[in-house]
Design a protein around this ligand. Structure first.
Ligand code: NCD
Ligand code: ZN
Length: 343
């Protein structure tokens, strides 16, 4: 049997929610990954170290017995974030980054930043304390075509942030366009990007052609084929600026399959297998370990994991749903086959 063994990977961008959904989804991530950067866009958002430590405890309670999993907590940056909170985060050994959501750009981003240049004093503190800034890179200009929002954000906002804070470590999260890939390539080593499985596997036809498929709707929205190809090139290039971040973002099925469905794809159960398919199709399986297990840890200046995981080349079918009753979650590629399976 064909197998692939790599160092245990980490997920550098995930939403695990709280309450009943957390209990359903967290075991999936803990089985696949040693560590994960936990997004703070709960309702209400996680804006203080104290809230993050409470949330961290709730996450740890959902880890199945016998599994080692470390949640790496982040704080949600708002216009009223205090400099003293940034200092507290810097001094905490449980807080790994701040997340910048442009206000209204995505799920639970109402508390995000409306005027980004107004928070430059906060970005100066992040730079000073050397705390990574994670960015949802989409303009919130409602007149901007949804397929152009990432490119326009880079041109109008991100370029300016990068110029003003040359030492700020930035992760441009879930990149979806050739322009984002080129921006990251052209930047210094302080700027990196995560890439999701859905943006590597699919173009916008998967979402919109032959019927509307809500489980492929996420933000930033899946783009056209030339962008997917640029993402695959970047992910499989061996360039350490690009690393794994699933952006697995569960919403209960009834909130996805409705007239105004939520944004977010659920991929946590099959994350590594989905990436393995992409890397295999690109003839670059030997590059998967760097992308999944080394480059993110290096960027965050954390030790690489010890231990390994093994994928088997075997065909199996992804379940239709996870969870019970009113809390079911439909995964990406539900009911379809995968050709790799984690042991
Ligand atoms: C995420 C969510 O549901 O929290 N949704 C998504 O489409 N990716 C938020 C985000 O990361 O944009
Ligand atoms: Zn996300």
């Amino acid at each position: 049997m064909k197998t692939l063994t790599i160092t245990r990977p980490d997920d550098w961008h995930i939403h695990v929610r709280n309450g009943a959904v957390l209990k359903t989804v967290l075991p999936h991530t803990a089985r696949q990954f040693a560590r994960a950067i936990i997004m703070p866009n709960l309702k209400p958002p996680v804006t203080t170290v104290e809230q993050a430590l409470t949330y961290r405890k709730e996450i740890l309670q959902a880890v199945p017995a016998g599994i080692d999993f470390i949640p790496l907590m982040t704080l949600y940056l708002t216009a009223t974030t205090k400099i003293s909170e940034i200092k507290k985060a810097a001094e905490s050994d449980q807080i790994y980054a701040f997340k910048l959501y442009p206000a209204g750009a995505t799920t639970n981003s109402d508390s995000g930043i409306a005027n980004i240049s107004a928070i430059y004093p906060l970005l100066a503190e992040l730079e000073k304390f050397d705390i990574p800034l994670l960015i949802h890179g989409e303009t919130t200009d409602i007149d901007c075509d949804i397929f152009d929002r990432e490119r326009v954000f880079i041109d109008t906002i991100l370029t300016d942030i990068a110029r003003n804070f040359p030492n700020l470590r930035i992760v441009l999260e879930h990149v979806t366009t050739n322009e984002a890939v080129q921006f990251v390539y052209a930047s210094g080593d302080n700027i990196a990007a995560t890439i999701t499985p859905q943006h590597l596997l699919y173009n916008r036809n998967a979402l919109l052609s032959g019927g509307i498929r809500p489980h492929y709707y996420c933000l930033p929205i899946i783009k056209r084929e030339k962008h997917r190809l640029a993402l695959v090139q970047a992910a499989t290039s061996g360039n350490p600026k690009f690393f794994l971040g699933t952006d697995s973002a569960p919403h209960i099925t009834s909130l996805k399959e409705t007239s105004c469905g939520c944004a977010g794809c659920y991929s946590a159960y099959t994350a590594l297998e989905l990436y393995a398919e992409v890397f295999e199709q690109a003839g670059s399986l030997n590059k998967l370990e760097g992308f999944a297990s080394f480059y993110g840890a290096d960027f965050y200046r954390l030790p690489r994991n010890s231990g390994t995981v093994t994928l088997e080349k075997i065909t199996w079918r992804i379940p239709l749903t996870f969870g019970k009753n009113d809390n079911t979650i439909t995964p990406i590629k539900a009911g379809e086959e995968l050709s790799w399976k984690m042991q």
